[in-house]
Design a protein around this ligand. Structure first.
Ligand SMILES: [Ca+2]
Ligand SMILES: [Ca+2]
Ligand SMILES: [Ca+2]
Length: 552
């Protein structure tokens, strides 16, 4: 996940796809919900997988693992004097490393087909070119345990965190130049290519070690979100704020290298994963997972039809969402985000076997005109907002206090529809979607409503091959620390006990039956108000016999 930046927590543009017609259909569906069915798991990328569907859940190493001391996020968040103390301390995570095998029982109880998780680069390679075999062995055993329980692993290679030596947040200026203890990061003219090379070598290592059992890989997670917090605003490690003042000479080169890294990792996996574990004819199905949203042109608290706001909306979407994907789709790079490519990169083209869609919220965008305010996004020159009064209110119950934005399960329909048409022939997977809440019922409502939108778009022929709920359990939500709860399982941070929420029970039943039953849809689905947040500080994890009959 992300939600790293309020300014970036806004988004997407398809905006305004026939909301009236949608509302009408939804109303009817709520009155008389029918059974919605989902087929079994298949290939994420091969033509044979069209029509298949997987139920899954997602997590990431940095957000759950204990004693992950060699990541830049550990250094960034660890209190001084050992660390930089820049934001809430990741600490012991939710003990997701020491409990990795035990937690597979949670996945089994959810009846999911697949688990999307990341391997922590800093754990595998804590010092440059020094590989920790014990860490590789840990992940190997986790993969074996998943497969033994009938759960297909999907591995994310780069999910926001780096080993400290890639771009040391204690020395972002890197005056001495690249060395084994600080490569100086993606934006450095000498270090950038070295980082790309190291990322490709890391991908090669994982493909060699795990390719016999793993076919499903994602190179980068939400690359533009990463670029914004790490290299645009400096809100997360390595803390480089290059958007406003070093756009052309720092930010754009870093972005170019990150896209290079994707292409290099893609090629490394395709070359060194030599086994077809699922028999679909592909040794490796390699994708990238992208943060996407509905972006709405707004002005004075209303939907705007002014051309300048619509242009601002499109400008922001191009910057935040389409630039990287178009680069990979077309093999070219629009270096100034004006919609016209400026560089040719034929080696980038065709480096996507599938595309991950990750949607949480919607965002209002407006044109600041001649008087940019303090919240104006520099260079791109847009104002963005995540909720009323700037964003025309949908139902106020969709506001997410923990994140300051509006939840948008309904956004999956227009967004998936758009991407299905935009990148025709590219299989889509909803690789993350979820809601920060202390209410299990509210989370169950989000989940059912997201699946309703996915089923609807699949019925219209869009090639969406699965849904991974974010997240398996409460975890470290980056700059928010542990205050935002995204877990199907609540985690008691004192005992580290995992407690199933109502959403775990509901999702488990859906995945088991591979249907949304009329009863479940009537209780949780549709487009009406979401159940309210419980009173401050409480949670509503309500263990039910269906899930708590087992011990973890
Ligand atoms: Ca493989
Ligand atoms: Ca395969
Ligand atoms: Ca251009």
């Amino acid at each position: 996940m992300k939600r790293l930046l309020k300014i970036a927590a806004a988004v997407l543009a398809l905006g305004l796809v026939a909301p009236v017609a949608v509302a009408g259909e939804e109303t009817d569906a709520v009155a008389k919900p029918r059974t919605a069915s989902f087929s079994s798991i298949g290939s994420p990328a091969a033509p044979s997988g069209k029509g298949s569907f997987r139920f899954g859940v997602s997590s990431s190493a940095t957000q759950i693992e204990d004693q992950n001391t060699n990541t830049d996020w550990y250094k960034w968040t660890q209190p001084a004097p050992e660390g930089l103390g820049k934001s809430p301390f990741v600490g012991e995570g939710v003990k997701g490393y020491s409990k990795a095998i035990e937690d597979i029982g949670l996945l089994k109880d959810l009846n999911v087909d697949s688990y999307r998780f990341s391997i922590e680069w800093a754990r595998v390679e804590p010092r440059r070119n020094h590989i920790d075999e014990a860490a590789l062995d840990h992940y190997s055993k986790e993969i074996d345990a998943l497969i033994a329980r009938g759960i297909r692993p999907m591995i994310v290679i780069h999910h926001f965190a780096n080993p400290v030596w890639v771009d040391n947040p204690e020395d972002p200026g890197c005056a001495k130049g690249p060395s084994d203890t600080n490569l100086c990061g993606l934006d450095n003219p000498v270090g950038g290519p070295l980082v790309v090379k190291e990322m490709a070598e890391h991908a090669k290592l994982l493909a060699e070690r795990f390719g016999d059992r793993v076919d499903e890989w994602a190179t980068l997670n939400e690359p533009m979100v990463y670029m914004l917090f790490s290299h645009a605003f400096g809100a997360g490690p390595p803390g480089k704020a290059n958007l406003a003042t070093n756009f052309s000479d720092k930010f754009v080169p870093a972005l170019r290298q990150y896209i290079n890294a994707h292409a290099a990792m893609y090629k490394a996996i395709k070359r060194y994963d030599r086994y077809d574990a699922d028999g679909d004819g592909l040794n490796a199905a390699v994708g990238l997972t992208a943060s996407v949203k509905q972006y709405v042109a707004v002005r004075d608290g209303k939907i705007s039809t002014e051309p300048r706001d619509i242009a601002a909306r499109d400008r922001f979407r191009r910057f935040f969402e389409l630039n990287i994907l178009d680069s990979l789709w077309k093999g070219s790079f629009d270096t100034d985000f004006d919609g016209t490519a400026d560089e040719s990169h034929p080696d980038w083209k065709g480096t996507l076997d599938w595309l991950g869609i990750q949607l949480y919220d919607r965002t209002g965008v407006s044109d600041p005109g001649d008087t940019p305010g303090p919240g104006t996004l520099p260079v791109i020159n847009v104002d963005v907002c995540g909720t009323a009064p700037c964003l025309p209110p949908s139902d106020p119950s969709y506001f997410i206090p923990a994140m300051g934005y509006e939840s948008d399960p309904g956004g999956l329909y227009p967004v998936l529809k758009d991407f299905g048409a935009r990148y025709s022939g590219l299989p889509l997977i909803v690789s993350e979607s979820g809601i920060a809440t202390n209410s299990g019922k509210r989370r169950a409502e989000f989940t059912v409503r997201a699946l309703e939108q996915i089923e609807r778009v699949r019925n219209e022929g869009v090639d969406v091959r699965g849904y991974y709920h974010w997240s398996l359990m409460d975890n470290f939500e980056w700059l928010q620390g542990y205050s935002s709860r995204f877990g199907l399982y609540e985690v008691d941070r004192t005992t580290m006990k995992r407690i199933p929420t109502e959403a775990a029970t509901v999702y488990s039943a859906i995945a088991k039956a591979r249907t949304l039953s009329p009863a479940i849809r009537k209780t949780y689905g549709g487009s009406g108000p979401l159940s309210p947040e419980p009173a401050d500080g409480t949670t509503t994890a309500t263990p039910t016999p269906a899930v708590t009959g087992r011990r973890h």
